[in-house]
Design a protein around this ligand. Structure first.
Ligand SMILES: *Cc1c(COP(=O)(O)O)cnc(C)c1O
Length: 411
């Protein structure tokens, strides 16, 4: 979204205020052209020809978005059987889906086997189960290289006491099971967590995986996960994907030479592909001045965008209604009966009741982490494709909140 002649405009010149009038607030809006820009930027950073991007769809699983990525030509990374089912519904073929759950029950894996998707094993007991039930089904193994990367403890998944992956220190045990049971390992995987700021940290993880790969002669692919950081504020540091593409292509090419075959190189970004493509629009319900602070209150809260409270994430906030007023200093809060502060001491053009504010970078982990806390419905979603806006999820109603409840009458 850009300022054009003093007014905010979405892709195709769409007026966001018009969308808010039409569909109400709060409202999530996604711009497909930004998703495509990110995909092309990533893929063209790599000279290695057998590069594949798997969209990590937990970031945003609206069917329109999944279908869009399917058409662009990505694969899919799914962390639950429901994401697998959504991916298949969106048209992905099973071979293009990697199922990477954590602490999923065996019957979820059984369903994944039935659906024919690729399966990523991330625990030794599950590997043992595999040899009992599905010895002939090829697997990928998720290795935890214990590279400490990540912007926040909750999203840093590579460190030593992380629950993700099989520790690199347990590799001898893994090899024993694989060899004695004759398991067919077709892939190796790592995902060290979000927010990789340093390309060399990422490459260190890759190096560890290459070392492991030498022990598995039948590999088809190596999946290096994600952790690509996008800018959330002006001049923010972001992962230098061009540098990564250059260095990793060279290194991977050399590794394959040594391995004897050109393997598929998979990356599975979520945030990188969809974060900047999404906005959350909300209406100011009240401006409230206390002795020390001016609060801008919105018709949304951490029930709709929890990242600021959960991760301490910074989201840029603008006044869409009055972008040209003199900025004032505000604390922006939600309408939950709970402390839900989006931003403290933020400079925003003067806000009055009824103004529409926009959160940037709301495409990834925005709607997906929304809840019905305080019994408020979740927002509608609009998808902008080729310069036209389409409603792809309606706003919830009280009936939706009641839909799964069963009457209790045995008083
Ligand atoms: C969440 C997740 C990703 C995507 O992470 P981003 O930070 O959104 O890019 C990739 N792979 C796996 C296994 C994940 O769980």
């Amino acid at each position: 979204m850009e300022l054009i002649d003093g007014k905010y405009r979405l892709c195709g010149g769409i007026d966001p205020l018009e969308l808010c009038r039409q569909y109400g607030t709060p409202l999530y809006v996604y711009d497909a052209s930004i998703m495509e820009r990110q995909y092309r930027r990533l893929i063209s950073a790599f000279s290695y020809p057998k590069i594949r991007i798997h969209y990590a769809c937990k970031a945003l699983t609206n069917l329109a978005v999944l279908q869009f990525f399917q058409r662009l030509g990505t694969g899919l990374d799914c962390v639950s059987i429901q994401e697998v089912q959504l991916g298949l519904k969106a048209g992905f073929s099973p071979e293009e889906i990697l199922y990477t759950p954590n602490f999923a029950a065996l019957d979820e894996y059984a369903e994944a086997v039935r659906l024919g998707v690729r399966i990523n094993i991330d625990a030794i007991p599950m590997l043992e189960n595999w040899s009992l039930h599905y010895r002939d089904i090829p697997i990928c193994i998720r290795i935890n290289p214990h590279i400490k990367a990540g912007g926040h403890d909750n999203i840093s998944v590579g460190h030593v006491d992380s629950k993700f992956g099989i520790s690199i220190h347990q590799l001898p045990h893994v090899l024993r099971i694989v060899e004695s049971q004759g398991l067919h390992v077709e892939g190796l995987h790592m995902h060290t967590g979000s927010d990789i700021l340093d390309v060399d940290v990422f490459l260190r993880g890759a190096e560890i995986l290459f070392e492991v790969a030498r022990k598995f002669p039948d590999l088809q692919f190596i999946d290096l996960g994600s952790g690509f950081k996008v800018p959330y504020k002006p001049d923010d540091i972001e992962t230098d994907v061009e540098e990564l593409g250059l260095k990793l292509s060279q290194r991977f090419e050399a590794f394959c030479q040594e391995y004897g075959r050109k393997l598929k190189l998979i990356l599975e970004p979520g945030k990188f592909l969809v974060s900047e493509a999404g906005y959350l629009f909300a209406r100011c319900t009240l401006v409230k001045q206390t002795t020390s602070t001016v609060f801008v209150g919105l018709d949304t809260g951490f029930n709709h965008l929890i990242r600021p409270m959960f991760y301490g994430a910074y989201h840029r906030i603008v006044n869409v209604t009055e972008p040209n007023f003199k900025p004032r200093i505000y604390t922006v809060v939600g309408n939950m009966c709970e402390t839900d502060t989006f931003a403290v001491d933020r400079r925003i053009p003067e806000v009055v009741e009824g103004d529409i504010l926009a959160f940037f970078n709301a495409g990834a982990y925005g709607w997906m982490m929304a809840s019905n806390y305080n019994s408020r419905p979740r927002p509608a979603e609009v998808f902008i494709y080729k310069g036209k806006a389409h409603l792809v999820r309606r706003r919830e109603t009280l009936d939706d909140l009641l839909a799964t409840q069963l009457p209790f009458e045995d008083w």
